[in-house]
Design a protein around this ligand. Structure first.
Ligand code: SF4
Ligand code: SF4
Length: 331
């Protein structure tokens, strides 16, 4: 039996901003219905892995045999994009720092080691890539509540957080999860607010806490393969990778988001120095130097250039010419 105090202390020592514990169990029937609806309506676009692994996602004990405990952790990645003007081309905030998969996984491994646990024997670490419903488990673990923008809102901290999980075979002396009937409900922190829905340039947010990911710019600019339509290019402006607009509009972030302290999540100065003309001239050498150990590698150079061309084509020639003429050069 593990001590919840020791686990939370290990999470703090590993640099996480929060940690909560839930008993490993099947997802609630309501959540499983939501997933089934999401897939049947095609909201997952071409992210086929979401439909392929429904059975694993429905119960973490199928991912880790004998699992008893899901430990959820959160890590703040917000930074204010210092130096960028509103019209400067930009990327989603997380893309300016080291690859969060590596950062979060390293922290989870440190936690396991400090608790005397062996990865692969006593449990496994998960960050984003496995079929585990991260937001559900973070919610069950009492770390926050899903908002209308579908992200986890951490009260008095906002939603700019990476999530990660340890699924452990050991029981813990005390859990944070409330019985489903007493657990906080998604949207309970939103009240009558709809700012994220109004801020979304593609209508991807359905307003009921669900998202048609196939219309979301994060999907279209990262997961989607193939050309982007002129409409998508117009919606993207001025963002060439990912999208933060719904999160930026959220009052929980406007009021509470504070810069990340984890050193690996500080934005890279060379990326913050990139201006429109630099992106337009991006070549393989610069790409490899800018995005070493970065999550942006997922789209490869060709994908990023496709995004750049889509935004470039959507801009009026006058604005583009003016910006290019006045833009500072990347060193
Ligand atoms: S990330 Fe952008 S496109 Fe996607 S739901 Fe949020 S505002 Fe809409
Ligand atoms: S912007 Fe408003 S509605 Fe959207 S998640 Fe934030 S609080 Fe909820």
């Amino acid at each position: 039996m593990l001590s919840s105090r020791d686990i939370k202390q290990a999470a703090r020592a590993a640099g996480f901003d929060g940690c909560g514990l839930a008993k490993a169990a099947p997802l609630s029937a309501k959540r499983q219905r939501q997933w089934a609806d999401y897939i049947s309506r095609g909201y997952h676009g071409r992210m086929d892995y979401l439909s392929r692994h429904a059975d694993l996602r429905a119960d973490p004990r199928r991912l880790v045999e004998g699992a008893k405990t899901v430990v959820s952790v959160i890590l703040n990645y917000y930074h204010p994009l210092s130096g960028l003007a509103a019209t400067d081309w930009r990327m989603a905030r997380y893309a300016y720092a080291d690859d969060y998969h590596d950062v979060v996984k390293a922290g989870l491994r440190r936690m396991m080691a400090s608790l005397g646990l062996v990865e692969g024997v006593d449990g496994r670490c998960f960050v984003d890539t496995a079929p585990i419903d991260e937001k559900y488990w973070a919610e069950r673990a009492g770390l926050g509540v899903r908002g209308r923008h579908t992200q986890l809102i951490v009260p008095e901290a906002g939603s700019f957080f990476f999530l990660g999980e340890l699924v452990l075979t050991a029981e813990v002396d005390s859990y944070d999860d409330a019985p489903p009937a007493a657990a906080p409900q998604a949207l309970s922190l939103c009240a009558g607010c709809r700012r994220c829905v109004e801020a979304c340039p593609t209508g991807a947010l359905l307003g009921n806490g669900e998202m048609d990911a196939s219309r979301c710019l994060s999907y279209l600019t990262i997961e989607h393969r193939g050309p982007l339509s002129p409409d998508v290019g117009r919606a993207m402006q001025p963002t060439i990778y990912g999208c933060d607009r719904c999160a930026e509009a959220c009052p929980w972030n406007v009021r509470y988001a504070s810069p990340a302290v984890h050193p690996a999540l500080r934005p890279r100065p060379a990326l913050l120095a990139m201006r429109r003309a630099d992106w337009q001239q991006l070549d393989r050498t610069t790409y490899l130097s800018l995005f070493r150990k970065s999550a942006v590698k997922r789209v490869k150079l060709e994908g990023l250039l496709r995004n750049i061309r889509a935004v470039d084509a959507a801009e009026g020639p006058e604005e583009a010419a003016t910006s290019a003429a006045t833009a500072p050069r990347h060193p």
